[in-house]
Unconditional design. Sequence first.
Length: 430
Amino acid sequence: MDELEALDHLDSLINYEVVPRAGAIEGLSLEPMQAFMGALGDPQTAYPVIHITGTNGKGSASRMIERILTVMGLRVGLYTSPHLHDVTERIRVGGEDITAEDFGLAIADVVRVEEVQGLGPRTWFDTVTSAALLHFANEAVDVAIVEVGMLGRFDSTNVVRADVAVITNVSQDHTAGGAGWRAHVAAEKAGIVEAGRPVVIGEPDLRSFVDAESAGAVVALGDEIRVHRNELAVGGRLIEVATPRGSHEDVFVRLHGEHQGTNAALAIAAVEEFFDAPLGEDIVTEAFDTIEVPGRLQVARTAPTVLVDAAHNVGGAAALATAVREEFDSGSRRFLVIGMQDGRDPVQVLTALDAASFDAVVACTAPTARGVAADVLGAAAETVGARADVVVDVEAALDHAMGLAAEDDLVVVAGSATVVAAALRLADEW
């Protein structure tokens, strides 16, 4: 099976990233995924795992942990979602995306076992997750970093046994926000914590959702982890972090946004808990000076500056707005291009983005089956007091914003990963 055949097979499966899951979460079960991994020979037990969940920041924290472990000389597997351009971005070994050939082989191995076992169709995410965990075993990785797709307890990735669990934060996403939503979401995310194993958490109140009697050490930002400094620096952040293992001063993080300084602190703590030892300063310095997280507060081009960020929920939008004010407010004009998927309240997201502070909001329809109609986004932008230009096609919307902007202006592209991906593809052509 080559990559095209693998993609054709995946396209035949239900994909909950495209079609929202119906029904209550209480009806879900990990047993089918566990049984299938058993049929594969339980490859996920062949290597230690750092398992990461959270509403925001888990992708960045995953990349940071990957970079630290790679600098240490380990062969690292990384599984993340979603992707920007190609599904192969989700599966990485040794700092490189899986090749198209190896992706096709991994999917073929999974499909072959499904056929031998007489299993019915599984989901898109189940299949890709199985392929990733099998690929890591075949590649003999020293450690795998596995990012949860959604929540945690019943997520396909929870077939792994986490040597360290990380919960970055809990905020509103994939929820209607009814009474008790935060407690319910936090409890689901805490489902990745393993008995006797440490957990690193980005918000102290999440302790109450971790079974303290069975879990190992609980290391929380604000308690055991302290960020004593998180300042703007040229091209990134300068942070000072204290963990239960030691202190790290004057660490330059080559990423934009105060929240990335926080993610860096969690990443350092997670790796130190994994090794039960402090990290050397040379390792921390090299890792964060060379870190890259595509699509997260990434400067795609200059003159005008185009800043792309896959901020798609209220928490991510608020973090982006803070970064724009602190790091990119030069006094020139600012334009926002946004396209969203359903499942979030556009008015809440645009309010968190401080959309009214932009000279214009260009609303487009994200190129996905779940894309919110551009006119709906435009109406939401006007509701929060912004000027709205509705341009349905994402590429046309990006061209429209670039036409409005002068060389010293700022164009921010946010929302669905599909919109961010389009901006990154077109950046070199403008």
